[in-house]
Design a binder for this molecule. Structure first.
Ligand code: NAD
Length: 290
């Protein structure tokens, strides 16, 4: 019997990569429901999967901010069960906090936080009744420590940590595992889809000169991090596979052991936060007076 997998946010990036990998599994272990908000974007996924794997892949519409669309997608799962749920849909929001509109702040929380939680909610009762299941969530190192100019993104990803950790404690009793795949920078459409305040659009009435110059530094830092340390989706997909195939999956998987753990460790070792804040500030704004 195939394992039924449902993945959100499959029109690009990590979701697309994972759907392709699982649907093309040589042993045909998985039946993949690759969901996306906009079905007009399914061409890219289909090109990767080709005709070969039509029996292991189904593409469904699902907007994680729309409860009805989640329930409609759930109805279309012919097996009437999901063994592995991957909550991956998400987006970024970057820029000085002063310029963020309430609508854009609401939207990122709706997609990243409530979208993930609503999706889990829809499949939770089914998994509990089955007495087994695995919920995987694409987490971010931005959910483990703060990043300047990413307040709302980090807030959404920190919140996911809390929700998932809380659920994991309860779901142990139902033989359901919860795993966060904590990604650092990954080469996907994330930066294209990201809502970013552009330097040239920031006027002096909105942002003071010091914030402007710090933001400029941050953007340079961000570009160099993506250029030098970004992983490919295949690297992330491998970690997902490790988690999916493990008989006793961990709660957290780190995809980028070179870049991230020192900062995460620093934060854990000094709970008063002073060291981490200083280290991150130096890393991003080095040379800038405080
Ligand atoms: P991506 O932009 O290529 O993929 C995100 C997908 O989510 C897109 O296909 C997008 O259409 C979809 N999406 C957005 N809103 C949606 C909605 N309302 N309903 C359904 N789908 C929706 O970027 P990615 O890097 O593959 O992102 C996947 C996940 O990885 C996100 O949760 C992101 O926060 C996380 N992540 C990415 C990075 C990175 O550097 N790329 C780092 C850490 C975490």
């Amino acid at each position: 019997e195939k394992k039924v997998v449902l993945i959100t946010g499959c029109s690009s990036g990590i979701g697309l990569g994972l759907a392709v990998r699982l649907a093309s599994d040589p042993a045909k272990t998985f039946k993949v429901y690759a969901t996306m908000r906009n079905l007009a974007k399914k061409k890219r996924l289909l090109e990767f999967v080709k005709e070969l794997h039509r029996d292991t892949l189904e593409i469904l519409q699902m907007d994680v901010t729309d409860q009805q669309s989640i329930l409609d997608a759930k109805e279309k799962v012919v097996e009437k069960r999901v063994d592995i749920l991957v909550c991956n849909a998400g987006l970024g929001l970057m820029g000085p906090l002063e310029v963020q509109s309430l609508d854009s702040m609401r939207h990122i929380l709706e997609v990243n936080l409530l979208g993930t939680i609503q999706t889990i909610q829809a499949f939770l009762a089914g998994m509990k009744a089955q007495g087994r299941g695995h919920i995987l969530v694409t987490g971010s190192t931005g959910g483990l420590h703060g990043l300047p100019f990413n307040e709302l993104y980090c807030a959404s990803k920190f919140a996911i940590e809390g929700a998932c950790e809380s659920l994991a404690i309860l779901l142990q009793h139902f033989n359901i595992n919860v795993s966060l795949i904590e990604c650092g920078p990954v080469n996907t459409d994330f930066l294209v889809n990201l809502q970013k305040a552009e330097l040239e659009d920031l006027c002096v009435e909105q942002v003071d000169a010091k914030t402007f110059s710090l933001y400029e530094k941050y953007l340079q830092h961000c570009n160099s991090v993506f250029q030098n340390a970004a992983q490919d989706t295949e690297d992330i997909v491998k970690i997902f596979l490790t988690a999916i195939q493990s008989p006793s999956p961990a709660f957290r998987y780190f995809t980028n052991s070179v870049v991230e753990p020192p900062l995460t460790k620093l934060k854990a070792a000094h709970p008063d936060g002073i060291q981490y804040i200083k280290a991150m500030s130096e890393m991003v704004f080095s040379g800038e007076e405080k």
